[in-house]
Design a protein around this ligand. Structure first.
Ligand code: MN
Ligand code: MN
Length: 269
């Protein structure tokens, strides 16, 4: 997944300036800058977390919002540390096949299955305002879900989304988040492997790209402070399918938080 950012960048080259479904100009109505990669220490996860937190804090000095491309899902933890320093407790809208609130794997506390447990334990999250969407697949036991609720999350499982439709899920998200500062974390494995094969822990029965893009679009108007797209793993991708999905997810997020633009002047050019 360390090659994810360059893969998403490459797949983003066909994005166009106007998003008609959102009626948004994501790159014209706001200044958008690719600040490049954070240098990480491949032999020391906690040092890398500190580097990412410092990099995000540097960006937040000059930017009102940040979109982070992963990398694996561990990067959400240092990003939330930085956002918490600026905004206080954060609501998280977490699109993922997996809860990512496990405690440890092989005794290790910092990895891509644990960022939201660590974030909740550290007091970074608003425990009344967090929600997982797209959860599915097997677990080690039902206790995982009880632990997860105690950490501050409600859950919309994928089959509920398929049966009730994405609009009803958006209503649940909006009532859960209300006007809290909110971070949107997108693990690409929330999509079905048909739409995003290039990832490390695929789960069958997932979302279609259009369902996720529609829900992201309808988050416009929430108090969005940042987001991420994680777990894109180019070695497992085919024909840029996953990269293209990730690039369009980023496009919808940038569109959702873009201010309105009076484009009458543009049309006369
Ligand atoms: Mn996942
Ligand atoms: Mn994840």
């Amino acid at each position: 997944a360390r090659f994810g950012p360059s893969h998403i960048r490459a797949a983003s080259r066909l994005l166009r300036p106007y998003n008609p479904e959102a009626d948004a100009w994501p790159f014209l109505a706001q200044q958008v800058v690719d600040v490049g990669d954070v240098a990480c220490n491949p032999y020391d996860i906690e040092a890398s977390l500190a580097s990412i937190e410092a990099g995000v804090l540097d960006c937040l000095d000059i930017a009102s919002r940040i979109l982070v491309l992963g990398g694996d899902h561990t990067i959400a933890l240092p990003t939330l540390r930085a956002l918490h320093a600026k905004h206080g407790p954060i609501s998280v809208i977490h699109f993922d096949a997996h809860l990512d609130t496990w405690d440890t794997y092989f005794g290790q506390p910092y990895l891509h299955g644990t960022p939201f447990r660590r974030a909740s334990e550290e007091g970074l999250l608003d425990r009344e305002g967090c929600i997982h969407v797209g959860i599915r697949g097997g677990l080690y036991g039902a206790v995982d879900m009880a632990d997860d609720r105690a950490l501050g999350f409600m859950t919309v499982r994928t089959h509920e989304l398929h049966l009730d439709g994405p609009r009803s899920v958006v209503e649940r998200i909006r009532s859960r988040v209300a006007d809290r500062p909110v971070y949107v974390s997108v693990d690409i494995d929330v999509l079905d492997p048909a739409y995003a094969p290039g990832t490390g822990t695929p789960e069958s029965g997932g979302l279609a790209s259009w369902q996720l893009l529609l829900m992201l679009r309808e988050l416009a108007g929430l108090n969005l402070v940042g987001g991420d797209i994680v777990e894109v793993s180019p070695p497992y991708d085919h024909a840029e399918i996953t990269g293209i999905a990730a690039a369009h997810i980023g496009y919808e997020l940038l569109s959702a938080w873009a201010p309105p633009l009076d484009d009458s002047a543009l049309k006369t050019r």
